[in-house]
Design a protein around this ligand. Sequence first.
Ligand SMILES: [Zn+2]
Length: 501
Amino acid sequence: MEDMARLAVIEQNTPSVEIFNKILHALIQHITNILEFPHDFELRKIKDSLIKDSLSLDGFADYLKYIGFELITKNEFLLKLESLFNDVLKYEDEDLQEFARLHIPIVTLQIKAMERLREHQRLIKTGQSKETDLNFDIAFLIELLEWYKHSFFKWVDSPDCQNCGGRTTYKRNTTMKMETETCRVEVYICESCTASTNFPRHNCPRALLKSKRGRCGEWAACFTLLCRSLNYDTRYVYDTTDHVWCEVFDYDSNRWLHVDPCEAKLDQPLIYEHGWGKKLEYIIAFSRDDIQDVTWRYSGHHKEVRQRRILCSDLELMETILLLRKHRQKQVSEARRIYLTKRLVQELAQMLVERKPSDYDNEGRISGSLQWRKQRGELGETKSHVFDFKELGRYSIQYVTSKDEYRIYKNGGEYEIINTWCDGTFEAKNVFRKEEKDWKMVYIAREETPTIFDRRFKTLILKAELSGGHGDVSWQHAQLFRQTLMDSESTLCVELTVNEN
Ligand SMILES: [Zn+2]
């Protein structure tokens, strides 16, 4: 009865019956969604603009409180942390973990990990490597990471047209009810046939195991699940400057290792600041039983980072983390709680030190990237290509980094296309084409080893030597022909005229 009376008050204060009905309809829809997906905390927030705008109507805010909503004036950033901390619990579902394990070629990865371990030990024994010893779990993690990036998950900027397979462009955002969740959907329109293609941005891990594609959010979410399903103590790491990755605890070295599934990088925490040039602010890590501000592991410039942190006060952040941690750890055993506290103190001590990129060069750095790229032939084999123009005329040779192709024009018209950068080089050593999908940048960079880069052209020699740079990501500090993935302009252009003489 009270319910009806309260609604009657709101109706009186609403400009028209139609608007009142619309508000009621939106509210019922919102509540239905909550009841249908009770574990999706994002869904509980009122985002509907009609409901939001109606909060000023007399009696409406009171009514929402009466039926169980909370009016929260808390900081958006701190609320986000709370919601992410709740979110990681979804990876603990045992059925889901079992389902995840079915997707992993565990035996194959175990064999590869054993081989990697043996090779690693051989290199140390023969004095060819100064790296520290590797344990099986971490060797397996490296294999998991490589398999995940190169064989399992796919990066999507814009999806291929589902009708003709053509290129699409972004049109709009919408929300759709899918099999296991209600999620945000990006709608793309085909550039050739104008059909529309949906790209659902799944949060549900089960849906991600099926779609196996997305951007860094999906990559990190699905990888967190796979790691948890294999019983690695795993964190989902959120960076407020728009990236997410993971951390895995290594019981041998007693520390959390940075793991970026999009990049297949392990234990290279300074790549964002030093390699990508990010201006970091807050990096917060979430595991099933802990939450931690891990910003300091990812920066060699703590003071500058501190000056950029303006989303809340240091005290507010600390209090929020302490409160959330305390609340969550009520559910763990006494022994585990003591262990977690010890581990936390140790981690804080590690993070006090401002690391430099060079610290990661020699000290226990674990990286399989060079070996992997060689194995997969990503370094490319040059074809001793010679541009030989016998006919008279004006020629233009253009290289487009984003498309990885050479365009050869004769007298202003297109003449020939050569795919991949190495097919148009006479000789090149230790260089590769690097795509930074998150950053949408592409360029030619040098390998981690010393470099010679030749572009020999009959008698014209274009020569570039890439060297220098600092620390762990020094290879990234020398780049040629850099451009964004969206560009299609040439990054190298050679014009010449062949005449009688
Ligand atoms: Zn199409």
